[in-house]
Design a protein around this ligand. Structure first.
Ligand SMILES: Nc1ncnc2c1ncn2[C@@H]1O[C@H](COP(=O)(O)OP(=O)(O)OP(=O)(O)O)[C@@H](O)[C@H]1O
Ligand SMILES: [Mg+2]
Length: 524
């Protein structure tokens, strides 16, 4: 199937559990975003400055060419009337920076009607007051047919930023092609099953307004229904890579007509865990496609690769250029000993979850750790469930549903739930175990403080996490958050990342030798 993440490690885990020593982090394989990979050969790196200098060069706009119409944007009178100073003021207020050829032609659209899209399409924004900054700035770019890299904080509306212009693109093609086309027009690839399902729900909502059909292709469930939907014909596929490749190999899925491609959580999709699959999938899409990459984090390690899939892109960043931590999240960090964590967690639950009703998400690293914390909390009388890769898909969906509906207000999760999940009103995120990369930290805490709301994250930081101390302190400082004085006992120099999965999660941290390169095993 699909995707992701989960590495098959049970035998190893059993042996390791036995050896576990008190003060050391358990050596179980971390869940999700951390599959083992072949150690890559060092490539010559293009300097970031050179890439960005090139991106900044102005060039006259060119006539549209190629088999697909991609430009559907005419700047409205209202947008045109915006003065340079007004554009600059809006961009400064929201820390928006554009890179790329022709960037100055893309003024933000501050209201929905400025886009000039049909009413039925705009209904998808009906419940919102105005575009978020990433939408305001990305819609004109995407609707003009340009490739894009969009980086903006968690919970800032990136899904609609890439979905709304897609609807115009799709509707145009369906109207001119009338039954001649084989295969989908739009493909969205996401790293986890639950995120793929969530994005497809947004498209499903749109389908009631503009009559498009979509299917979510993900693993852990039988293929039959997905195959039937593909056979009947769909305009959009939202997929996790493993199952999509499976279905492609079985001849059930022809991507040759895909002209609008989105990699959601693009940095994750381009890291070593997924790179090979993504290359294969993209090579089957139409070469004249439009490509959109979106995330809240954009580490150096994926930038060069990203440009292989993009043509003359515009890059839009809201806030930081590489790590856009949620600005509405109060980040609390507590330096703590391993053995003190469980008792402290119970104390925090009494404090943060006194009502026993508000939603609270607890992140851990390992599948077994998730089960253990879940059982311990249940034994302590807390109403809680969990999501991790040892659970079957039905149980995973059930856990997210119960959490979303409020039936079960505590969710213990591995990093399968770190990215993209939009669960309303999660008041608190507790990091029981610190994640392996600072990017994961930003995504995890971003499950709270979404869509303009406030949230609190409370993070346990142990001495075994010291390799990430410098990066964490930088994130805290950049977001004007308090840095606990105990953090200063660690070396706060930011270490060069040693591993292509952006974190350094092998050698120094756990006193273990670097993990041996092995093939990634997805869960199906
Ligand atoms: N213009 C808008 N005004 C207010 N809320 C919006 C707007 N657009 C989208 N939203 C809502 O904001 C929430 C977060 O959106 P979304 O999931 O797209 O965020 P994201 O930027 O993709 O976050 P992440 O980085 O975590 O994936 C959703 O509930 C969505 O319905
Ligand atoms: Mg998202």
């Amino acid at each position: 199937m699909v995707s992701l993440e989960e590495v098959n490690v049970e035998n190893v885990e059993l042996k390791k559990e036995k050896k576990k020593k008190k003060k050391k982090r358990p050596i179980e394989e971390p869940e999700a975003e951390t599959a083992e990979v072949e150690v890559p050969k060092k490539k010559k790196k293009k300097s970031k400055n050179i890439t960005e200098e090139a991106e900044n060069k102005e060039e006259p706009e060119q006539e549209e060419e190629g088999p697909f119409k991609k430009n559907f944007y005419t700047m409205s009178e209202k947008t045109t009337a915006m003065t340079k100073d007004e554009v600059k003021a809006y961009q400064a207020e929201h820390s928006i920076v554009l890179y790329g050829k022709g960037k100055k032609t893309f003024k933000p659209t501050l209201t929905f009607d400025e886009l000039g899209f049909k009413k039925n399409i705009m209904k998808i924004c009906g419940k919102f007051e105005k575009p978020t900054p990433i939408q305001a700035q990305c819609w004109p770019v995407l609707a003009s047919g340009r490739d894009i890299i969009g980086i903006a904080e968690t919970g800032s509306g990136k899904t609609l930023a890439f979905t709304l212009p897609a609807l115009v693109h799709i509707k145009h093609r369906t109207s001119v092609e009338e039954g001649k086309r084989r295969g989908p027009i739009m493909l969205v690839i996401a790293p986890t099953r639950e995120l793929a399902m969530q994005s497809q729900e947004v498209l499903d909502e749109a389908s009631n307004l503009v009559k498009i059909t979509s299917v979510c292709v993900y693993g852990g469930v039988p293929k039959y229904t997905q195959k039937q939907a593909l056979k009947a014909g769909v305009e959009v596929i939202v997929a996790t890579p493993g199952r999509l490749l499976d279905l492609m190999e079985e001849g059930c899925c022809d991507l040759s007509q895909v002209s609008y491609l989105v990699l959601d959580e693009a940095d994750r999709m381009l890291d070593q865990g997924f790179e090979r699959d993504i290359r294969k999938i993209i090579s089957h899409t139409h070469p004249s496609r439009q490509t959109a990459l979106f995330s809240a984090t954009w580490p150096d390690s994926v930038r060069e690769l990203a440009h292989e899939f993009l043509k003359n892109p515009i890059k839009v960043t809201i806030g930081s250029d590489d790590l856009a931590a949620g600005t509405r999240i109060t980040q609390i960090v507590e330096v703590i000993d391993d053995r003190a964590r469980e008792a402290r967690l119970t104390q925090l639950l009494k404090e943060y979850h006194g009502s026993r009703k508000n939603r609270l998400l607890i992140f851990v690293l390992y599948k077994k750790e998730a089960s253990r914390i879940e059982s311990n909390l249940q034994r302590g009388g807390w109403n809680c469930t969990s999501i991790h890769g040892d659970k079957n898909q039905e149980a995973r969906i059930q856990a997210v549903e119960s959490f979303k509906s409020g039936k079960i207000p505590l969710l213990v999760a591995t990093d399968v739930a770190a990215r993209g999940l939009d669960i309303p009103d999660v008041d608190y995120v507790i990091n029981f175990s610190f994640p392996l990369t600072i990017e994961d930290y930003v995504h995890r805490i971003g499950r709270t403080g979404r869509a303009g709301k406030k949230g609190i994250s409370h993070t346990f930081f142990q001495s075994c996490d010291k390799a990430r101390a410098g990066e964490l302190v930088k994130v805290l400082k950049d977001a004007n958050q308090e840095v606990p004085k105990e953090m200063h006992s660690f070396d706060l120099n930011i270490k060069k990342k040693e591993h292509k999965l952006y974190g350094s999660f092998g050698p120094k941290d756990y006193g273990q030798p670097m993990k041996k390169a092995t093939k990634i095993v997805f869960d199906d």
